[in-house]
Ligand binder design. Sequence first.
Ligand SMILES: [Zn+2]
Length: 322
Amino acid sequence: MGKRDMPKYRLGIDLGGTKMHAVVINRKGKVLGSARRATKPEDGYKAVLRRLVDTADEAAEDAELDLDDFDAIGLGMPGPIDDRRGMVHLAPNLGWRERSVADDLKRVIKRPVVLGNDVNFGCLGEVTHGCANGSASAFAAFVGTGLGGGVVLNGRLENGLHGFAGEIGHVPAPFGDAACACGLKGCLETSASKTGIIRLILEEQRRGTKSLIRLKKGDRLKSSQLREAWKRRCPATRAAVARSCRALGWGLGAVAGVIDPEVFVLGGGVMEAMGDELLPLVRDGMTEFSMCYRERKPDLRLAALGDDAVAIGAAVASAAEE
Ligand SMILES: [Zn+2]
């Protein structure tokens, strides 16, 4: 497809368990309009589809456009996605199982819908219009409550046969055998995520490492609180975060051994809050564990699109439809 034939405007939606967020971008990735709404999955599947239409409509209007101006709509959402059939297998936060989301939304929004995994679309957004703009290949790791990842190779998003490409959070890692939310034990996510950091802080406290925050099992921790404890040089927090970053460095080193991408993108709530501090620790982990990066410096970059990454990536993906 030549540049002349490419649509001038694109619309993408990021659908999460609590909120949805739509953006309209131009070819350069500039956000021309946006809209947000609560998801309210408890209202049922059809009500959420209806709200997606309203949110897309509002974003289009915000950009002084109409839904008819878009050849297709991109939709990113959590869960393993069958991108060929436009189906989600399981999205626990939404209570959806085996839903033909692309077809069902197409019926009400009257545009073709390109469905994809939110983390994958976030990766595509960063590679196309964010921090890794211009790279042919990249791996993005998103460190939030869990650990997600996405792969772009030769400028194309890799979904994998079962939608599991880039799922770095649930590879078995050599850092203990803590129970993971997925049902397995010792997944990388049990160390390299906020859930993992909390687990490691608790472990440090049990070991007698001095701690300025008193965490109990089951406690939550905001990324801003984590940054605060880090800045106050809380010994347990520092030790736990260092172990977490070392584990992530191991994971990215393993990725280098499989696909050797040009750029590694670090995003997600934890990285947004304190990425500058953590990036060198992750790099050290890669140096320690990766043959490729033992004597080279990896190109590690912090995600640049923040909250918009998934919606922008979804908008980019929608252009693949024509
Ligand atoms: Zn797991």
